[in-house]
Ligand binder design. Structure first.
Ligand code: 5GP
Length: 197
């Protein structure tokens, strides 16, 4: 017999341009989970949709949310705020719905503190050169921003040991399969603890 189960909190991180967005999208198509839409003060990119990719807000609105304790975590990244809205997360987890959030390293660390059973996954590029090429080909940022993002990526890599798993993104298909396998085995670990004899 199984006790009533809880969902697990899955955090996906990785350097800018590694393809996290594509992997998360693919993941959500093949795996039943709830995606936590972050709030940010970063300007919306042309291909992004408000309330789908992010809740795009002003600095004032974001700071108002901080005051109201509206985030489980928030961080600044390249001079913009990014935060995970508190509303709904616990509700989903308590109803056995898995939560997927795409956040950077400081936020991931905070999630692990708050949710001990969370699973932190870091997506790595095949190489740094490849990452730079992907970031430039994406054509969504100017040169200065690309340089800053690459430097942040190098800093992030120094903290990679806070993660439970590291997956190299060679192809979307392979990476998504690997991430799904990780989640599935983590879920059976949780259910083993929940067996009532
Ligand atoms: P981007 O501007 O490329 O969409 O995101 C920049 C970085 O912020 C990425 O590493 C992304 O994972 C991270 N990020 C997105 N949402 C959140 C969030 O809610 N909290 C934190 N801490 N980081 C986030």
């Amino acid at each position: 017999m199984l006790k009533s189960k809880k969902g697990i909190f899955i955090v996906i991180s990785g350097p800018s341009g590694v393809g996290k967005g594509t992997i998360v999208k693919e993941l959500l198509e093949r795996f039943n989970a709830w995606y936590s839409i972050s709030m940010t003060t970063r300007p919306k990119r042309e291909n992004e949709i408000d309330k789908v990719n992010y809740f795009f807000v002003t600095k004032e609105q974001f700071e108002e949310n901080i005051k109201e304790d509206g985030f489980i975590e928030y961080a600044t990244y390249n001079n913009n705020y990014y935060g995970t809205p508190r509303k709904e997360i616990d509700n989903k987890l308590n109803n056995n719905i898995d939560v997927i959030a795409e956040i950077e390293v400081k936020g991931a660390k905070k999630v692990k503190e708050l949710y001990k059973d969370s699973v932190l996954i870091y997506i790595l590029p095949p190489s740094f050169e490849e990452l730079e090429t992907r970031l430039r080909n994406r054509n969504t940022e100017d040169n200065t921003t690309i340089e800053k993002r690459l430097n942040i990526a190098k800093e992030e890599l120094k903290q990679i040991d806070i993660y439970d798993y590291v997956v190299v993104n060679n192809t979307v298909e392979e990476t998504t399969n690997n991430v799904i396998n990780i989640i599935e085995s983590e879920k059976s670990k949780v259910s083993r603890n929940n067996i009532i004899i």
